[in-house]
Design a protein around this ligand. Structure first.
Ligand code: AMP
Ligand code: ZN
Length: 112
């Protein structure tokens, strides 16, 4: 499959893996928007959160747990951070493989 995040998950494209297990991988965003900007993805290729079924509820909870652990490791748990999932064109999604952005290390702007 010609998906850049699948290739990162399989190791075909090398990056600094921040975390990995059987179902998930985390790595730095190539174009960081904050001092801490990591992406947490499922190994399974799912394009968008709109495509999720009840079967993936546990998986998505797992991804959030990983994001929280990484925030702790990065020392931004107390100062706070933002988790973002973009979906579809209006959501600003560019890479069609579900990913959670973990952003922190600076004050985030208000949404809107
Ligand atoms: P989104 O707009 O939510 O689809 O976000 C896609 C993100 O993936 C952007 O923040 C990009 O900077 C990031 N990105 C694209 N290609 C790579 C890559 N090869 N390695 C790491 N991050 C990437
Ligand atoms: Zn993929």
């Amino acid at each position: 499959m010609d998906c850049i995040f699948c290739k990162i998950a399989s190791g075909e494209i090398k990056t600094n893996i921040a975390y990995q297990d059987e179902t998930a991988v985390a790595f730095p965003d190539i174009n960081p928007k904050a001092p801490v900007h990591l992406l947490i993805i499922p190994r399974k290729h799912i394009e968008c959160i709109a495509d999720l079924t009840v079967d993936e509820e546990k998986l998505m909870g797992h991804l959030v747990s990983i994001a929280n652990k990484l925030a702790q490791q990065q020392g931004i748990s107390k100062s706070g951070y933002r988790l973002v999932i973009n979906c579809g064109p209006h959501g600003g999604q560019v890479v069609p493989h579900i990913h959670i952005h973990l952003l922190g290390g600076r004050q985030m702007g208000r949404l809107g």
